[in-house]
Design a protein around this ligand. Sequence first.
Ligand code: FES
Ligand code: FE2
Length: 361
Amino acid sequence: MTDLPNVLTAPAAKPNLSVVRIPRAWYIACAAGELRGRPLAVTILGTPLVLFRGTEGRAAALLDRCAHRNVPLSLGKVEGERLQCAYHGWRFDGGGVCRAIPGLCGEAEGRGRRVPAYPVRELDGYVWVWMDPETEPDREPYRLGLDGKPGYATVHRRVVAPGTLHATVENALDVPHTAFLHAGLFRGAGEPNLIEATVRRFPDRVEADYQGEPRPEGLAGRILAPGGGVVRHWDRFILPSISEVEYAIGEDAHILVSAMATPVSDFETVLHAAVCFRLRIPTWLVRAVLTPIALRIFGQDARMLRHQRDTIRRFGGEQYVSTDIDILGGPIWRLLKEAERGELPPADAPPEVLRTVSLRV
Ligand code: FES
Ligand SMILES: [Fe+2]
């Protein structure tokens, strides 16, 4: 039997939907605490991976397919710094090199006896994987800018969004649906207000800067800033899959929601949300009151994403109509496509104002 090429067959040709795949990028595979003694199976961009942590604590990610007879390595166990396959016991190190083969007289290491390895970083309590195996990353993962700063607390949550990466990210940053789908929870409890948004494009991101927004009237707004005050609000999409919603209210209330999306497959996305905040009310109260509201809001979003995805698939593609107030969906799509084609502007390119929009929220 000859050595088979050790590559994963690429996922099937793309359907005629808004699906992008950007493999030369960092995505969160899991929370650092999920990776302990046992190997962990994770799928990113349709590719099955196995993550494991050797006894010295370093995290590693390999293609979840034993080089020998293609059993998932995630069925195996960690032995010291190596991952041992459950079938014949081959042992692989964190670089995917076979270091031991039970019963074999002679070298374990050999041509083809390798499993593709993916670069890994462990930062801010997450394990990030660079989805282009056996290559040197040319940048570092996204960081939580406020986590651990004096006066700030962070709450983490993982949710599954039944939608494409683009639909999920657009939803996270879509203002017009908040007053409607989430009426009373976030916006939409009082008379609508006329506000203005300036949309700016940076080489790796797009940002909407909202002016003139009063404190959100819903329950969430009353909890965030009981005293009211001037609101600054920014929504950002940062390549390849990060959405940020930032609010500064009055003198000292500051909240930054980072939703870090991992495309599991073309139609399912995991969101690792980190909410970093500095508020006048105690942290335990924020957790106790805001967590159920946030989950209720996300449940409403997930329901719409699932129906949207199913309808698009049933009709064989998207047929969208947009207006001025669909502020970030278009720019996010263009950024994703540029990144997919490797056609992003240089990192030092100056920001550009795309447009200024008035909307009622
Ligand atoms: S299939 Fe993994 S060691 Fe044989
Ligand atoms: Fe929503």
